[in-house]
Design a protein around this ligand. Structure first.
Ligand code: ARG
Length: 471
């Protein structure tokens, strides 16, 4: 028989229908997970007496041979292979004969596909956790290198207040840390064994699900069988986690793109990471950052597809769900590759300290002047108004905080003294931002040391987990 369901529907399948319904080109990515799941399933069938010892031995050997064929690129997919499950079962029967026909006992492709996807995602998430950590480490290295460069923070893309560049970079380390927490939290919901739910209602065969869970490294077994074969929350969750992470990367890239312009001139991209124009010889373009920003929209589009795919589905399994793989595979691929390339480029970025500092408008110190008056007892709003008038006076008379004389200052408030004006520098401004989480160099130095410890510990932990991956 060529097709699984030939006995019920006959052997003629319209060629166009075949092309339309087959998913092998996409789900063959899951081949090794499918085989691993089948090996453990066979062991379980032996344990409960469905397979004899010798039968399970033959089946497991057959599956291992198929694994080798796939790894060596020697597996030949046939035109009748609808998806990865049917391809492997077909080949198993070719190798082992009638014995191989027993492998699909007490399982359905509906619980099998969820198993494969979960195994794939567990490895992918562990890899992403590793890649995020490497990305954080690259940011940390750069923040050490550029300590204590000062530039300006922006709000509304207008110069706001002096800021340590390291402090800016640590902001992105913190964003990535939240991403990691989200991935770790949703990992718990991927880590639940679906196999044993059967097509949708369980099975009359007395399967040992705990045994399978233990062997495949799942922490728990799923409950309700209808939910088990219908549930793709774990895919939407992981996809959304990737989406938030990609938005973070995209925002970093947006800043880097701006800073790389002639107008800002803060940043230089090493030649090996930049591209030129086919017509304008003077150009050196930040394509990597632009592509990360662009690929973020592909990921957001894929997430949208996943939501729309599920919203109208009746329980339990529906073939629509086959489409989830296209999206989640693309999301995982894009997210991983963006993290990888950023970790390469970030430590090699060159910041132009002089330009960054010269670019800071003295008026970014206005809030410092306000706070200094507040420290002398002036109510905040009055101090704000005094400084507002000083700024207005400066703009009208083409002056700034540095070129104003003490007498001019004192016209606005007699409380302003020489020391207060001398202290009106960008260095002093950052030095004084000592509230927790502020940009003072002392605090930032402590933050760098804290992240160094934390990331080193995490990298050790996640590298070990990655080594014991599902395959
Ligand atoms: N290729 C299918 C998918 O990805 C596998 C499950 C097929 N189940 C079925 N009853 N046709 O969802």
């Amino acid at each position: 028989m060529d097709y699984l369901w030939e006995s019920r529907l006959g052997s003629k399948l319209n060629e166009k229908v075949k092309k339309f319904t087959y998913s092998i080109d996409i789900d063959k990515k899951l081949a090794l997970y499918d085989i691993k799941g089948s090996i453990v399933h066979a062991q379980m069938l032996e344990k409960i007496g469905i397979l004899s010892k010798s039968e399970s031995k033959i089946i497991i050997k057959g599956l291992k041979d198929i694994k080798k064929e796939i790894e060596k690129g020697k597996f030949i997919f046939k035109p009748t292979d609808e998806d990865i499950h049917t391809a492997i079962e077909r080949r198993l029967v070719e190798i082992t004969g009638k014995i191989g026909e027993k492998i699909h006992t007490a399982r359905s492709r509906n619980d099998q596909i969820v198993l494969d996807e979960k195994m794939y995602l567990k490895d992918s998430v562990n890899n992403i956790l590793f890649l995020i950590t490497k990305y954080q480490i690259s940011l940390l290295k750069l923040s050490e290198k550029v300590f204590p460069y000062i530039f300006t923070a922006y709000t509304h893309l207008q110069q706001a207040q002096p800021l340590l560049l390291s402090h800016y970079l640590i902001a992105h380390i913190e964003m990535a840390e939240r991403d990691k927490e989200r991935f770790e939290d949703s990992f718990k919901r991927i880590d639940i064994l679906p196999l044993g739910a059967g097509a949708c209602c369980g099975t009359s065969i007395p399967v040992d699900r705990e045994f399978v869970a233990k062997k495949l490294g799942f922490s728990k077994i799923s409950g309700n069988s209808i939910d088990t074969v219908s549930d793709r929350d774990f895919i939407i969750e992981t996809a959304s986690n990737c989406g938030i992470l990609m938005v973070h990367l995209s925002r970093l890239c947006e800043d880097f793109i701006l800073w790389n312009t002639e107008e800002f001139g803060f940043l230089e991209i090493p030649d090996e990471f930049a591209t030129g124009s086919s017509i304008m010889p003077q150009k050196k373009n930040p394509d990597i950052f632009e592509l990360i920003r662009g690929k973020t929209s592909t990921v957001i589009g894929d997430i949208n597809s996943l939501f729309v795919l599920e919203k109208g589905l009746p329980l339990s399994y529906n073939r629509d769900l086959q489409e989830d793989k296209r999206s989640i595979f693309e999301i995982i691929e894009i997210t991983s590759s963006c993290l990888e390339i950023l970790s390469e480029i970030i430590p090699k970025l060159k910041f132009k300290y002089r330009r960054m500092k010269e670019n800071i408008s003295p008026f970014t110190l206005a809030t410092d002047l306000v706070e200094n008056l507040v420290k002398k007892g002036v109510p905040f709003r009055s101090a704000y108004n005094i400084c507002g008038q000083i700024v207005k006076y400066c703009l009208k008379n083409k002056k700034d905080f540095n070129s104003l004389s003490l007498e001019e200052y004192r016209k606005f408030s007699p409380l302003i003294d020489k020391k207060m004006i001398e202290n009106l520098t960008v260095e002093k401004s950052v030095e004084e931002k000592i509230s927790q989480g502020g940009t003072s160099p002392d605090l930032v130095k402590k933050e760098i040391a804290k992240w160094k410890r934390k990331l080193k510990r995490y990298l050790g932990k996640i590298s070990n987990i990655k080594k014991e991956n599902s395959m």
